[in-house]
Write a protein that binds this ligand. Structure first.
Ligand code: 5GP
Length: 212
């Protein structure tokens, strides 16, 4: 998957969304590990870090005042309330990655996917990952034996709400087998890279081919 890109092109803004428990983070990690041409957009959030998370790596963790300032200064390409917190994609990080000739991977929800499409439609490719069944999703969301029925029901309700937005996406992949799902997502990325409108080097290349 890591062969050099033949021609100059615009980067793909590659959005992965799914309800939690559908395996999106695993697929995102597999993509990043297998492909040096794509980098993750690190979002800002007002949510508190989880024990294994690092500031600047998983998210830029900020407080409400800081987030308000970032909104006022128009630093976000998109931002949204997701559950009880705010999350946003920083314009500057995306521009930096695109400037380095990278494709950019976004792990954002349907509201972010929609806003990104409104802002940069022709550069965006959106993939939605679905769990193979509701039973499997419930199994994956029952992380700890100590979780109460209420906690699990809350997670299921959030997952169902996210799933209801599946029809706003360009591609939908069912994750019944993680390797197959990863293969499908990689194929989508490869095809998106070859879209004619992204390949800015084609005009010169084709001109040369047409010259005697
Ligand atoms: P978590 O708190 O579990 O890391 O993420 C919760 C949800 O917020 C996930 O669905 C994730 O995709 C979404 N999310 C993370 N960053 C962003 C962002 O920058 N913008 C939007 N719109 N959603 C985000």
């Amino acid at each position: 998957m890591a062969e050099p890109l033949p021609l100059e092109r615009y980067g793909v803004l590659f959005v992965l969304s799914s309800p939690s428990g559908a395996g999106k983070s695993t697929i995102a990690r597999m993509l990043m590990q297998s492909d040096p041409h794509i980098s993750l957009s690190v979002s800002a959030t007002t949510r508190k870090p989880r024990p294994n998370e690092k500031d600047g790596v998983d998210y830029h963790f900020v407080d409400d005042t800081e987030f308000d300032r970032m909104v006022a200064e128009n630093l976000f390409l998109e931002w949204a309330h997701v559950f009880d917190h705010r999350y946003g994609t920083l314009k500057a990080s995306v521009d930096t990655l695109l400037g380095q000739g990278k494709d950019v991977l976004f792990d954002i929800d349907w509201q972010g996917a929609q806003q990104l499409h409104q802002r940069a439609g022709s550069q965006v490719a959106q993939v939605f990952i679905l769990p193979p069944s509701i039973d499997e999703l419930r199994r994956r969301l029952k992380k700890r034996a100590s979780d109460t029925e209420d906690v699990i029901a809350g997670r299921m309700a959030r997952a169902r709400a996210e799933i209801s937005h599946w029809d706003g996406y360009d591609y939908v992949v069912v994750n019944d087998d993680v390797d197959r799902c990863f293969g499908d997502v990689s194929t989508i990325l490869r095809a998106e890279r070859m879209r004619r409108r992204r390949q800015t080097g084609l005009i010169e290349f084709a001109r040369e081919l047409m010259t005697d």
